[in-house]
Design a binder for this molecule. Sequence first.
Ligand code: PXL
Length: 277
Amino acid sequence: MSYKRLLTIQDISCVGQCSLTVALPVVSACGVECAVLPSAVLSTHTAGFSGYTFRDLTDDMPTIKEHWAKENIKFDAIYTGYLGSTKQIDYVADIFDSVGTESCIKVVDPAMADNGKLYPGFDAEFVEAMKGLCGKADYLVPNITEAAFLCDMEYKTDYDRAYIDELIEKMTVLGAKNIILTGISYEEGKTGVVVFEKGVYSYYEHEFLPNSCHGTGDIYASAFAGALVRGKNAYDAAKIAADYVLCCIRATAEEDNHWYGAKFEPVLGELIKMINE
Ligand code: PXL
């Protein structure tokens, strides 16, 4: 296998098992070098903690990029997650163009919303800017809430295949080439991932585990990006990421009070096995 280098751009939540503290170990476990560009440093994530600190690193982004360009540092893949401001989104678009290799794979996780709501601090202007970044994605990895915001459609918990098809269609109109839509359930007790790859729709259905954990979107996107860079097709990468997230949720359920994230660390071995199968 040729050794690949991926750049991930998202925040560091110092405590909270999300964003960079997930992406770095998970992408590394996939056997892919993981470089980082932190978009912000927060003392914790914003979902459930109060009074967190937030240091915006927007102004560092162009100078970091210029240094890399000068050193001729290029990335085989760029994977973006939680971004702190609309200005950062513009910088990321520029980073896509200037430090990616010719065949650079761009994976965008529009991490901005869940359960029908935007995360604290995000607004309609941010959603508009995120639509532009999604249009540059080779692989777009939204949950259903993010997809509804990106498509200006109603968020639904009860839906049919026609609703999902409309979301997919609208995201392709934005410009996203391939779409991996997570958390799609057509049957009680089951959930799954819709994969729209090279114009072909497929669906990986699996068991629904009721103890949802914060941070699983980041675990999912990181495992997906890592698997993709290791040469899996989108469906296989989406399946590996889903199976790994299930392992993480099961591991987390073993303890009652682990509320702020998913215990992904003890089951990294499972991910490594799946990647190397
Ligand atoms: O998991 C997404 C995420 C990433 N980073 C920060 C967050 C969240 C979700 O709440 O608050 C800072």
